[in-house]
Design a protein around this ligand. Structure first.
Ligand code: NAG
Ligand code: CA
Ligand code: CA
Length: 358
């Protein structure tokens, strides 16, 4: 009996030590993730397989082209893994335009004058021109910019850009998801002073940014909140933030203004089907975060879908296109309209997909 008791005490001590280890050495301090409603709201059109009709551009040449942008001459740019910025000329030929030592180039935007603005999740906000590359912003308020995600330039030259997380980098984004706390920011770079300031703080993974046609508001996507916000830049609501579109079926990534004043948003699956339970328990998330293999498991299968939506300037969802099982395109992270076609970037594909809108 005494031996049994000793064993029990030993076991309890061991379990307690294990629990303390998990709690105190966990890389995260989690909150519950608010998942989208399981029955999507009536305003979201049903899933379809329209995106299976795409044409693949630059297949094999482009590794993980996360975002796409078009310049005044109609050349299409994308930043790929390995640091190459490649562009597609109107005559159909791809050019290896610029190379930067980085594996973490994400969102891009074409400025009014020549060149390309690029977000590097390691280095901050960059600008490429034919002459080379400049780091426009690497710090804000004395801290390093950790996870720059997407940028847009206004006509006065100001650049609005997102920081997905001030706590975790690109390669640890699953930890940021498990923690489910608002570490995201919107920053503003002022070209006249070369100063960067914090415009908005406390965002749930700030991702794509876009300006409205009149530049009276900025839209920003909060991936881990399944919504996009509207930040007023002009008018009587100037400086105020409101919800633009919410309860999306999955996490909004990049967003782009279309010529008609509407917006195209790519939705990425961040919680694979059957894994929702993980996000409803803080204790479970603490345990998982201690084991890299389990962290990987939380994300397994998320890259097998593609969804893009078209949202009017008033926030109404107009259209939706999917490849529901990723047969042709998967994990589409951006959608851009150019001359009646959608151009789709993806962190997973090795091509840019072209989809006819007419
Ligand atoms: C396509 O256009 C680009 C830019 O104008 C030019 O540099 C390139 O040589 C052209 N390629 C072909 C095959 O015509
Ligand atoms: Ca962009
Ligand atoms: Ca993005």
């Amino acid at each position: 009996m005494a031996v049994f008791k000793k064993c029990l005490v030993f076991l309890l001590v061991l379990l307690t030590a294990f629990a303390l280890q998990i709690i105190f050495f966990s890389p995260i301090s989690p909150d519950i993730l608010e998942l989208p409603l399981t029955s999507p709201s009536a305003s979201v059109p049903p899933s379809n397989n329209q995106l299976q009709k795409v044409i693949k551009l630059g297949e094999g040449l482009l590794e993980g082209p996360e975002d796409v942008a078009v310049d005044e001459d109609g050349a299409l740019y994308t930043a790929t893994r390995g640091g190459w910025i490649r562009r597609l000329h109107r005559n159909g030929s791809w050019e290896d335009w610029k190379k930067f030592e980085s594996n973490t180039l994400l969102g891009i935007a074409t400025p009014k004058r020549d060149g390309l603005i690029v977000c590097d999740a390691d280095k901050g906000l960059l600008k490429f021109t034919d002459d080379g590359v400049t780091v426009l912003a690497s710090h804000v308020g004395g801290s390093e910019i950790r996870f720059a995600d997407d940028a847009i330039e206004a006509s006065d030259g100001s650049i609005y850009f997102s920081v997905a997380s001030t706590k975790y980098g690109l390669h640890d984004w699953t930890l940021d998801l498990l923690e489910a706390k608002p570490h995201g920011q919107i920053l503003k770079y002022d070209p006249s002073t070369q100063h960067t300031s914090i415009l908005l703080d406390g965002l749930y993974f700030a991702n794509g940014v876009a300006l409205s046609k009149d530049e009276d508001f900025l839209l920003l996507c909060e991936t881990f909140r399944f919504r996009c916000l509207k930040y007023w830049l002009k008018g009587e609501s100037k400086g105020k933030t409101e919800v633009f579109v919410e309860n999306l079926p999955s996490g909004p990534d990049n967003i782009n203004l279309a010529p008609d004043g509407s917006f195209w948003i790519a939705l990425i699956q961040i919680v694979p089907q059957g894994m929702e339970f993980v996000h409803t328990s803080k204790a479970l998330k603490l345990i998982i975060s201690n084991f890299p293999k389990l962290v990987e498991l939380v994300q397994s299968g998320v890259k097998k879908k593609a969804t893009v939506i078209n949202v009017a300037a008033n926030g109404n969802i107009i259209k939706r296109f999917d490849d529901p099982d990723g047969t042709v395109v998967s994990f589409v992270t951006s959608a851009l309209v150019f001359e009646d076609h959608l151009y789709l970037g993806s962190l997973k594909n090795d091509f840019v997909a072209k989809f006819p809108l007419k």
